[in-house]
Design a protein around this ligand. Structure first.
Ligand code: FVH
Length: 287
């Protein structure tokens, strides 16, 4: 792969992992961070440390921002906007879809070619199998630097709408957070019987993996809009959830995580859909 000079703004946990991957890939890397002193290991690995954002962007090549949030991207780049015309900006900071679109419009107004990205990995996964980054926005930036992006993990382009990568990112994170919250709920329940979270995890992991195989079946319901129950109906699921919530309370655990699921089911049953599949809760969410 040809080496490409890169500027990386933001040396938090993720920024440092991405910078390390760039250096390992042989790319001349200039780094900047608001708070000094977070670049020692990177300098030792060959990075050039810039004292100011203006110094950091003075070179050539893509500029990668890995900052805290949307506001921090503006705080960092607004003061140097006039120096960014004609440059390529790859924003890997987590932002909401509309914030990514706002940044794309801001970039266009300043003559900057903008690519947004959603990182589907934790820092220790960067450059390892299982790491992936979702991109949307400038196709030209993605195509030109695809190989470089693959030093971080699998790189996939979703389209010219800069908000699309973030929409997928946040949708996947929603599923992840609910899975972790569900695990915490289950661990709290069995803890009342003296079961360690580690022992529960050993059972929960294969169970969640087996259940994940059913997502395609749910998707078929969502896509067709036909919720005719093939096996369990919402009446069945309502009885199950009611019993689980009672058992949760009896164990002295708050049913906070289950409450929204119960609410979605109850709503569909109250609307006369009790004989249909659990998948019908999808319609309640969209409403
Ligand atoms: N870490 C992770 O597991 C997740 C995985 C998925 C994607 N996220 C997103 O990546 C962005 C960066 O995350 P991070 O882990 O590097 O975050 P921190 O370690 O907290 O570092 C934050 C950096 O942002 C700088 N910063 C904050 N506010 C400002 C500001 N107003 N102006 C300039 N820079 C700012 C901060 O600098 P400093 O506090 O050291 O001076 C750090 O460099 C993030 O969007 C995740 O959601 C990571």
């Amino acid at each position: 792969m040809p080496s490409t000079p890169v500027t990386l703004l933001g040396l938090g946990a993720m920024g440092r992992a991405l910078a390390a991957a760039l250096l390992q890939g042989g790319h001349p890397t200039t780094v900047w961070n608001r708070t000094p002193g977070r670049d020692e290991d990177l300098r030792a690995a060959g990075a050039t440390a810039a004292a100011t954002v203006a110094d950091a962007i003075a070179g050539s090549g893509p500029i990668i921002a890995v900052l805290l949030d949307h506001a921090s991207v503006h705080a960092t780049l607004d003061p140097v906007a006039d120096k960014l015309a004609g440059r390529q900006l790859v924003n890997l900071t987590s932002t909401a879809p509309d914030e990514a679109r706002e940044l794309a419009a801001w970039a266009a107004a300043h003559g900057i070619d903008y690519l947004d990205g959603g990182i589907m990995a934790v820092p220790s996964m960067i450059g390892q199998p299982g790491s992936s980054i979702l991109y949307s926005g400038s196709r030209a930036v993605f195509d030109e630097h695809r190989e470089l992006f693959e030093t971080f993990g699998a790189a996939e382009y979703f389209g010219p709408d800069a908000g699309l990568a973030s929409l997928y990112d946040f949708a996947l994170l929603s599923a992840m957070y609910l899975m972790f919250a569900g695990f915490a709920h289950g661990a709290a329940m069995v803890a009342t019987a003296g079961v360690s979270a580690q022992a529960f995890a050993e059972r929960a992991i294969p169970w969640v993996q087996a259940m994940a195989a059913g997502l395609g079946g749910h998707a078929a319901y969502f896509d067709s809009g036909d919720y005719t129950a093939e096996t369990q109906s919402l009446h069945f699921n309502k009885a199950a959830l009611d019993a689980i919530v009672r058992a949760t309370r009896a164990a002295g655990v708050r049913p906070t995580v289950l409450a929204p699921v119960k609410h979605l089911i109850d709503e569909q049953v109250a609307d006369g859909h009790g004989a249909e599949s659990f998948a019908r809760v999808f319609e309640g969410l969209r409403a």
